[in-house]
Design a protein around this ligand. Structure first.
Ligand SMILES: O=C(CO)[C@@H](O)[C@H](O)COP(=O)(O)O
Ligand SMILES: [Fe+2]
Length: 233
């Protein structure tokens, strides 16, 4: 199947990143985008070491989960030691645990981390920075069904509000050519224009922080995005 055929048939997901919201009102801001029509809530966990910023972690996610029992929590961990956060994130109610490939040095460690995430009843995701090459040892773990999603960073991780790096689309295209059923997510600088560039390249999950939360009418913004991506509700 050509990339355009694959794109036509894949389910697509819109995931607002709460890093772009008023975090002092995390609960009501989350409800606003859930009611406005999003698929996943993207939660960025940062440890101040893997990236030069701190955000929030399992205690905050656990509180949010109590208020939103059925929301899909798409958690993106920008942390140096993802292994130690599997249990706490699962206890907190994460739906997906996405960690960075740069933290893994071998296929063995990668496989064991993915298996640990799955055994804690979370979906798995592997994120990759703009400047990193996709290591060849990812392919066999994808073939084994251990990976639900690959997150291609379209900005340097750590902060919202940066400019989309179109050069990263090369990675999206080559992943899509190899893995037609895999979820491919883009994250950083995604707006009404760049979302279409990523869609064309073969991505099917779109994280938007600033663009959604700063828009004057979030419901309309989400609905327009869904229309432009041909998502049928
Ligand atoms: O992971 C990150 C940043 O490291 C993202 O999820 C950002 O939060 C996206 O924000 P915008 O670039 O859309 O403002
Ligand atoms: Fe993110």
């Amino acid at each position: 199947m050509s990339i355009s055929e694959v794109i036509k048939h894949m389910k697509k997901y819109v995931a607002p990143s709460v890093l772009g919201c008023d975090l002092s009102n995390l609960h009501s801001e989350s409800i606003d985008v859930i009611q406005g029509g999003c698929d996943w809530l993207h939660l960025d966990v940062m440890d101040g070491h893997f990236v030069p910023n701190l955000s929030f972690g399992p205690p905050v996610i656990k509180c949010l989960r109590k208020h939103l029992p059925s929301a899909y929590f798409d958690c993106h961990l920008m942390v140096t030691n993802p292994e130690i956060w599997v249990e706490p994130m699962s206890q907190a109610g994460a739906s997906r645990f996405t960690f960075h490939i740069e933290t893994q040095s071998s296929q063995e460690s990668l496989e064991s981390l993915l298996q640990s995430i799955q055994s804690h009843n979370m979906h798995t995701g592997i994120a990759i920075k703009p400047s990193s090459e996709i290591p060849l040892f990812i392919d066999p773990v994808v073939e084994k069904g251990l990976v639900d999603l690959i997150l291609v960073m379209t900005v340097e991780p750590g902060f919202g509000g940066q400019k989309f790096m179109e050069s990263t689309m090369e990675k999206v295209r080559s992943l899509r050519e190899k893995h037609q059923k895999l979820n491919i997510e883009v994250d950083g600088g995604v707006n009404s224009e760049t979302v279409l560039i990523a869609d064309q390249a073969g991505a099917n999950a779109f994280v938007l922080g600033t663009f959604v939360f700063n828009s004057p009418d979030r419901k309309k913004t989400l609905s327009d995005l869904r229309k432009s991506l041909n998502i049928e509700d």
